[in-house]
Design a protein around this ligand. Structure first.
Ligand code: MRU
Length: 341
């Protein structure tokens, strides 16, 4: 099995997702700055996996703090560096907050603090797999044998600590003996669908058909899609959902064709502080991602480019949000409020 992100012998290991599916290379991280770079450069990506990586990065950073150092200042630097990597996936900030709590509980004893930080990061990793299995168990009840499900980007094992959110629902349905087929959007410009979703489903022998993003409407109009399931990077208090660019278009198409549109995500992806999706910060990435296709330039270098990495699907286009606690239905504001602790 490939390590999406793994803690081993006080080092962090990640499969380099930039190279998949052409090359399977594992990168070793012994420094928190290196982990931050890997998040920023998309060695690891996907909201829950980013959260786990940030927690492990913080643990690595704290383990390197010297007894004669300035503990508070060093910790601030570590958390600030990891927080500055990617702005949209709220799981990153959720994980940083969780690590901060542990830091403040144990900071009086450096040796114990190091142990506790490491334990917390490993716990976040383990919990994520269990959460995804629960999302799968809750979501699979919505699927019927014989259905074909369209997904966008990669919300699978590669985007989490394992099993996946959107793909976790599909895995769980198949484990329940349902015959499910997947249609994967290619997901331009970064090709998470073609490179990652197709690769991981093929590894599990789950039937998958790849389409380019602009084919989704046609295949829906033909009646060949029974449902859409996507992941999420941040869900606002009213259910508006930020996910990979192109998700909004898929939701509009699903709505037009009266196909259910599901979001599968852990409660840690809900940002209870935001009233609506308008407040979600949307990452803009380098223009190179758009003017190159698999390292081949497809437009002149001086071309003006707009490259938002995410879009926001308004809550009224979403049929249900599948979480580990329960499946949420409209009114999403009320349903999300019921999850507040
Ligand atoms: O830019 P990425 O690859 O990190 O974007 C990932 C997505 O948009 C996923 O759908 C989302 O993080 C959910 S992953 C379970």
């Amino acid at each position: 099995m490939y390590p999406v992100v793994e803690w081993k012998n006080n080092k962090v290991y990640m499969i380099d997702q930039r190279l998949l599916p052409l090359e399977e290379k594992i990168i070793e991280h012994s420094d928190y700055r290196q982990v931050a770079r890997s998040i920023k450069d998309m060695v690891v990506r996907g909201a829950p996996a980013i959260g786990v990586s940030a927690a492990m990065g913080i643990a690595l950073g704290v383990m390197a703090i010297k007894p004669d150092g300035n503990l508070e200042a060093d910790f601030k630097e570590i958390t600030a560096t990891l927080s500055a990597t990617r702005p949209t996936a709220v799981n990153l900030f959720w994980a940083v907050e969780r690590m901060k709590k542990v830091f403040h509980l144990w900071k009086q004893d450096l040796a114990l603090l190091k142990q506790k930080m490491k334990e917390e990061a490993i716990a976040i990793d383990k919990e994520d797999v269990e959460i995804n299995r629960q999302i799968g168990a809750n979501g699979q009840a919505l699927l019927k044998s014989g259905q074909t499900i369209l997904t966008h980007c990669n919300a699978g094992a590669l985007a989490t600590a394992g099993y996946g959110t959107a793909l976790g629902v599909i895995r769980a349905a198949i484990e329940n003996n349902k015959d499910i087929r997947v249609v994967a959007d290619e997901t331009r410009p970064y090709l998470q669908g073609a490179r990652l979703t197709v690769w991981e489903l093929q590894q599990d022998n789950i039937p998958v058909t790849l389409i380019t993003d602009n084919m989704a409407g046609y295949i829906m109009a033909q009646g060949r899609i029974d449902g859409v399931i996507v992941g999420a990077d941040r869900i606002a208090g009213n259910g508006d959902t930020a996910n990979k660019i192109g998700t909004y278009s898929a939701a509009i198409l699903a709505n037009y064709h009266k196909i259910p549109f599901y979001v599968a995500a852990p409660v840690s992806t809900i940002d209870f502080t935001l009233e609506s999706g308008k407040e979600i910060p949307i990452e803009e990435r380098d223009k190179e991602e758009v003017i190159y296709f698999m390292k081949q330039r497809t437009a002149r270098p001086e071309t003006e480019v707009f490259n938002p990495a995410f879009d926001v699907t308004p809550h009224h286009l979403i049929t249900a949000i599948i979480t580990e606690k329960k499946v949420l239905y409209p009114d999403f504001k009320k349903a999300i409020d019921s999850l507040r602790q």
